[in-house]
Design a protein. Structure first.
Length: 531
């Protein structure tokens, strides 16, 4: 339980966050383009703020607890997704960012309309909004209630209410500018708190070498055999990058940050900076799980379930005061994710639904709709709490997997759209719907796997590793789009996306390419050490 000094630290954290939010709101530009100010921070964000927000938006409280838990159960292999994210951010920086900046879009569905057709825009907008509401918002709200209940002695309902209302207020009034700057502060809070846990945990355990000895070679190897049910090396090489391209290069939740860059160099530099930050979770979030595993072996505490790794470690190694910093880190991760999804989802609702239905809406009306949309999402987050509590853990896990099953076709149409001028709208919408049908079919079969005959095709289809499934679905959707694009001729778009890439490829400062090469070297070094 927390003591008085810990509560003072938490109070100071909330004061700091709201002070930053108020400052960012008060210093908003008075541009006539109010919607650009609200949804894209006036397109004036610098590389440091962009990179920090990319990182902070991605890290949630469930992320911290889940990575530590998986680390305690199976070792460092789960860190592959974090390391691979660094490579995906390089792809975002060098392949997608020039095209997004040049096209001047507000949202990813808007980009699909410019590249393909209104039908593609509607598909991505509706799928994204539904998935944000049912997965990102709900899981973050639930995680907030659990953090308050398990670590602070406050009821689940009260904790969830504090998180949703507190985050919603500054997101509604401050827009993306408030989100970006609070993300930057929150990044420092949870990096510092996680760093303290690692340092003090290793000290308690006896150092890094002792952790390695207690973990064993299997726990310290990131590369697992093909037969591994969770992290087969084939899935990591073939399937994980597909999900990574979708999430880091095409998802509004992430890409909205680079769209806010003041120019190409800052947008690209922010993505590269975030790539370096994404190397940290392996050491700050996964390694605590291995430390907890080692302390369990040494008899310091009894690790009954893997997800207890981080809470038990915090309770064991952190003194009074620092526990408050650690809980503030969890809340920072939680609030940064929630504010980002609130703002991104309201951008989709405003720009891709309302503006399409009301094309003559004024800039001021769009901002008001964005604020109302955010408020509606806050209310929904509160109303969704009883549903979260009533859904079984297994079914909720399957709901989270929806995004993994719908992402390969989205990744396919974006990649082909930016790399191949012949890719057309008929091929794109056909690939999207084929991927949706097969992805939802996989989900339904997985939910009803106990009714399927072992050894049958449908049983195999339901059991195939999801990373392998993602790769096969991506290839299938890509082939369909390629064939239809070759067979069916459509008028070419006014914008030549390959031409944009050529025009902008030489406009980066020398520093960013050099840092990109350094990032590649860091990834290679990590793979070599943990192998």
């Amino acid at each position: 339980m927390l003591e008085s000094l810990d509560w003072l630290v938490l109070a100071a954290y909330f004061v700091l966050v709201f002070a930053i939010a108020i400052w960012s709101w008060a210093t908003q530009g008075k541009s006539k383009q109010q919607s650009a100010e609200y949804f894209l921070a006036g397109r004036h964000a610098g590389w440091f703020v962009i990179g920090a927000s990319l990182f902070a938006s991605n890290i949630g409280a469930e992320h911290l607890i889940g990575l530590a838990g998986t680390g305690a159960a199976s070792g460092v292999a789960v860190g592959q997704f974090e390391v691979l994210a660094s490579l995906m951010l390089l792809i975002l920086a060098w392949v997608f960012v020039p095209i997004y900046i040049k096209s001047g879009v507000f949202t990813m569905p808007e980009f699909l309309e410019k590249r393909y057709s209104p039908a593609a825009r509607w598909y991505l907008a509706i799928v994204s909004i539904i998935s944000y509401v049912l997965t990102k918002i709900s899981v973050t709200v639930a995680a907030g209630g659990i953090v308050f209940e398990s670590l602070m002695g406050i009821s689940f309902w009260t904790g969830a209410l504090i998180v949703v209302l507190g985050t919603g207020i500054y997101t509604i009034f401050g827009g993306l500018r408030a989100v970006l700057y609070t993300d930057m502060v929150q990044m420092f809070v949870f990096l510092i708190s996680s760093g303290m846990i690692v340092v003090l945990g290793l000290k308690q355990l006896g150092g890094w070498d002792q952790m390695v000895a207690l973990s064993g070679p299997d726990f310290m190897n990131m590369w697992k055999p093909i037969s591994d049910p969770a992290f087969p090396w084939t899935g990591i090489i073939l399937g994980a990058p597909i999900l990574g391209i979708w999430y880091w290069c095409t998802d509004q939740f992430i890409v909205q940050r680079v769209l806010s860059g003041r120019n190409l160099n800052h947008a690209r530099g922010g993505a590269v900076f975030a790539g370096f930050l994404k190397l940290l979770p392996l050491f700050l979030f996964v390694i605590p799980g291995l430390i907890a595993h080692g302390l369990h072996k040494q008899g310091f505490f009894n690790l009954e379930t893997p997800d207890q790794a981080l809470p038990l470690l915090m309770a064991t190694v952190l003194p009074v005061g620092l526990k408050g910093v650690a809980v503030a880190g969890l809340l920072a991760a939680l609030m940064s994710s929630l504010s980002s999804v609130f703002n991104s989802c309201s951008a989709l609702i405003t720009c891709d639904v309302y503006k399409k239905l009301k094309p003559r809406a004024s800039d001021k009306q769009l901002v008001i709709v964005g604020q109302v949309s955010t408020a509606a999402l806050v209310v929904f987050g509160l109303l969704w709490i009883p549903v979260i509590k009533s859904i079984s853990g297994q079914l909720y896990q399957y709901l989270q997997s929806v995004q993994a099953y719908i992402s390969p076709p989205i990744a396919a149409v974006f990649l082909l759209g930016v790399l191949w001028t012949r890719a057309n709208s008929i091929g794109a919408i056909s690939a999207l719907w084929l991927g949706f049908v097969l992805g939802m079919g996989r989900l339904i079969l997985e939910l009803n796997k106990s009714w399927l005959t072992p050894g049958s095709f449908f049983h195999w289809f339901a059991e195939i590793n999801f990373l392998h499934f993602a790769f096969f679905l991506f290839v299938l959707c890509s082939l369909l789009q390629i064939v239809l694009s070759l067979v069916i001729n459509e008028p070419k778009k006014d914008i030549s996306f390959t031409k944009i890439t050529r025009q902008t490829s030489g406009k980066s400062s020398v520093l960013v390419p050099g840092l990109s090469v350094l990032l590649l070297a860091c990834v290679a070094s990590i793979w070599l050490y943990f192998s």
